[in-house]
Design a protein around this ligand. Structure first.
Ligand SMILES: [Zn+2]
Length: 196
């Protein structure tokens, strides 16, 4: 299988998983066929180390072994780590500076476009729609909930955290973000509302 997921991204995800899963970490890694990285984290580089199939198997194993609530917590922790990295890196500096010249009443729409553009570079493609109360961002293929069905509540909390953290930075206010449809709940495309 073609390797497409970078070592540095998996390193953050596994870091978050270690925190969330505690004593179950090793069992999850073994069950998912990821034991190679149970003791030594993946290299901190852009070099891909895993295929989509590897990633899917890991995601499903985490969900099965930890259950819905802890999966959501794992997602949140993952989103926080990825957001902190992105905000402290060149992208964070760039959007923070660029936002200053965008008028406040246009800034949320501008941010939605910037966020979608940044994610598109990583192969995650959003469809954007403006509603009276919020901007809606929809994913045909969500990276946070692949292979999961029959969740009781939306589960892609990592994406919510990332949108909010970066959004707070450029909006200069606390941005409200919610996942209003989730593929893991009923098969609908994952949709995130960023409220005006
Ligand atoms: Zn999702």
């Amino acid at each position: 299988m073609e390797k497409v997921i970078a070592g540095n991204l998996m390193r953050l995800i596994l870091d978050a998983l270690r925190e969330t899963s505690g004593p179950q970490f090793r069992a999850i890694m073994r069950q998912a066929g990821w034991e190679e990285y149970a003791d030594h984290p993946p290299p901190d580089s852009d070099e891909p180390i895993a295929s989509l199939e590897d990633f899917l198997r890991l995601t499903q194993t985490i969900y099965t072994m930890l259950g819905e609530d802890l999966y959501r917590l794992h997602q949140r922790n993952t989103g926080l780590k990825i957001a902190e990295g992105a905000i402290q890196g060149p992208w964070g500096a760039q959007i923070r500076a660029a936002a200053l010249v965008v008028p406040h009443d246009q800034r949320l729409g501008w941010y939605v476009g910037e966020y979608a553009g940044y994610m598109a570079k990583a192969g995650v493609h959003y469809t954007i729609r403006e509603e009276p109360a919020a901007w809606h961002m929809t994913l045909a293929h969500c990276p946070a909930c692949p292979g999961i069905a029959a969740a009781k509540q939306p589960i892609c909390t990592g994406i919510v955290v990332f949108m909010k953290k970066a959004g707070d930075l450029v909006m200069e206010r606390r941005l409200q973000v919610a996942e209003v449809a989730c593929h893991a709940v009923d098969g609908a495309a994952c949709t995130f509302a960023l409220y005006k």
